[in-house]
Write a protein that binds this ligand. Structure first.
Ligand code: CO
Length: 155
C-alpha cells in the first residue's frame, strides 16, 4: 500500500488540464492502486489523478461498494438535473450545493486499455462528474450555487 499526498485547493496544479493516458502499463496500475489507497485512507468516495499531482486523465470512484476506474472518460449523454451537497478531498472543511445531470452515459477505458460504456445515475453519476471536473482544473467551489455555512453550537 502506498499513500500519496493530496494537493489542496491553493495548489495551482489543481487548476491545470490533465493529459490523456496513453500507456496502460505498470506505472498506470501503480498510480490507480495508490489513488485508491489514498482515497480510502481519507474517507473519500472518489479521487482524480491531479489530486495527487499527476496530470493524467484517470479517476476512481466508489459508491455503495461499486468501484469504478475510468481512464480518459468522456460524457457522451446526460439527462435530468439535481442539486446536492458536495465536498472534496482537496477542499478542507468546505461543502456546497452543486447542480449536475442526474444520469450520464460515459465512455472510458479500464486499466488494461479496454474501452467500455457505462450508464449511471444518482450519486455514482455525481461522483464521476465531480472527479472528471478535476481533470479540467475545475473544483466544486467554482460551480457551487451556494456554500454550506457551518453551524456553530452555542451553549
Ligand atoms: Co474533488
Amino acid at each position: 500500500m502506498a499513500l500519496r499526498n493530496i494537493m489542496l485547493d491553493s495548489d495551482p496544479i489543481l487548476r491545470k488540464k490533465s493529459k490523456p493516458v496513453e500507456t496502460f502499463d505498470e506505472n498506470l496500475w501503480q498510480l490507480l492502486d495508490d489513488l485508491y489507497d489514498t482515497m480510502l485512507k481519507n474517507d473519500g468516495s472518489g479521487i482524480a489523478a491531479p489530486q495527487v499531482g499527476i496530470l493524467r486523465r484517470a479517476v476512481i470512484v466508489e459508491i455503495n461498494g461499486m468501484k469504478l476506474e475510468l481512464i480518459n472518460p468522456e460524457v457522451v449523454d446526460s439527462k435530468g438535473s439535481w442539486e446536492r451537497v458536495e465536498g472534496c478531498l482537496s477542499v478542507i472543511n468546505r461543502t456546497g450545493h452543486v447542480k449536475r445531470p442526474y444520469e450520464i452515459t460515459v465512455n472510458a477505458f479500464d486499466r488494461f486499455g479496454h474501452p467500455y460504456t457505462l450508464k449511471v445515475v444518482d450519486w455514482l453519476s455525481r461522483a464521476i462528474l465531480h472527479e472528471m471536473d478535476h481533470l479540467n482544473g475545475v473544483l466544486f467551489t467554482d460551480i457551487m450555487s451556494k456554500e454550506c455555512v457551518k453551524q456553530t453550537k452555542k451553549a
